[in-house]
Design a protein around this ligand. Structure first.
Ligand code: NCD
Length: 366
């Protein structure tokens, strides 16, 4: 069985194939209108959503399937204290595929432990959002003609913005991309993602001024300051209007730069920018639905999971240090970690691991 938890669960070749399927779906939608007849998609949204949930549902309906699910944790037995694993085990009896969104990081990794059907991560806390990345990749491919050799500015809340985390994971796998990371100091990318970029040899810089960088960009990816992830209201109020893209700043941009945003926007893009032909955020919405159609077809027709080294159990009672991790609240969820063995100068991995990463939220344990 095949799940999509993070975008790296798909190889670059598979992403290319999904983009090809999406292009064919756009050209010949009738060919796909009955492919999922008799099948059901469950959308389990423990956190608010407009586009992601509705685009999954529209995607399944356009494939001839049906949908069931809930929007909001209060509309499910989660409100009574049911665990994610029990919810998923239950819904596996009703649906052929599940798309889930949860406020806790790593929740879909817990879900797959009890899933009998494919699970798609539709956003887990401030961690990952791989299907938004599929929408973003289709946007770049269609509007810029390529996924490589792009200078892409990511602007706003890079700390909690899960769409940015997944997009970076995807785009660092294509050659020649350069990332300009524009954020207030407090909202810079998490250290783990910076380290991954360094390990992959990605070209990037951390900056604070959008005005100074916008002129050199091929694509500008704006993000909302993620109010719901802040522990302090004062800090949110101080940072919420850090960046506002308006007509004046658009005048500094290249004539073929595109503006992207996963939406919803609050203040960070002036509505006057919507009429600029470079504004692509509503196209992203449409592309997201098409890529989700291609993904549903793929996951429901595949049975094998590519081999990945599994996580390990640590017997010393270690628990994940991330307060937002699903493993801190979910009953009966065994703490699991990925050990990292440093390679010595002789090229031999150390016997005792030097680091551990949580198998759910992937945070390094220090
Ligand atoms: C994003 C999300 O939920 O992470 N929206 C989306 O899925 N299109 C971005 C956001 O909420 O700011």
């Amino acid at each position: 069985m095949r799940h999509l938890l993070s975008i790296t669960d798909l190889s670059v070749e598979e992403i290319t194939a999904l983009l090809d399927t999406a292009a064919d779906m756009e050209a010949r939608p009738d060919e796909y209108a009955h492919r999922m007849a008799g099948k059901k998609l469950a959308t389990l949204f423990f956190e608010p959503s407009t586009r992601t949930r509705l685009s999954f549902e529209a995607a399944m309906l356009e494939l001839g399937g049906s949908v069931l699910g809930f929007a909001g944790a209060n509309n499910s037995s989660a409100a009574k204290g049911e665990s994610v694993k029990d919810t998923i085990r239950t819904v596996s009896c009703y649906a052929d595929i599940i798309a889930m969104r949860h406020p806790l990081e790593g929740a879909p990794w817990a879900a797959v432990q009890s899933a009998a059907v494919p699970v798609i991560n539709a956003g887990d806390g401030g961690h990952h959002h791989p299907t938004q990345t599929l929408a973003d990749l289709m946007t770049l491919k269609k509007e810029k003609g390529r996924l490589d050799h792009l200078r892409i500015g990511l602007c706003g809340d890079l700390k909690f913005g899960r769409t940015v985390h997944s997009l970076i994971e995807a785009l660092t796998r294509y050659p020649g991309n350069e990332f300009i990371l524009i954020s207030p100091r407090e909202l810079r990318l998490p250290a783990g993602i910076i380290r991954d970029m360094e390990e992959r040899g990605a070209a990037f810089r951390e900056e604070e001024s959008l005005e100074q960088e916008i002129g050199g960009l091929d694509a500008l990816y704006m993000t909302r300051i993620q109010q719901e992830r802040f522990f302090s209201v004062e800090e949110y109020l101080r940072l919420k209007d850090s960046y506002v893209l308006d007509e004046e700043k658009m005048r500094l941009a290249k004539p073929d730069m595109i503006v992207m945003h996963p939406l919803p926007r609050v203040n960070e893009i002036d509505v006057k920018v919507d009429d600029d032909p470079r504004a692509c955020y509503f196209k992203q919405v449409l592309y997201g639905k098409i890529m989700r159609k291609a993904l549903i077809l793929k996951l429901t027709s595949e049975i094998s999971l590519p081999a990945k080294p599994g996580p390990v159990r640590i017997t010393t009672g270690r628990r994940c240090k991330n307060p937002r991790c699903i493993s801190t609240t979910e009953q009966g969820l065994e703490p699991l970690f990925y050990p990292v063995h440093q390679v010595t100068v002789q090229g031999v991995p150390t016997r005792i691991p030097t680091k551990y990463f949580c198998a759910y939220c992937e945070m390094e344990q220090v």
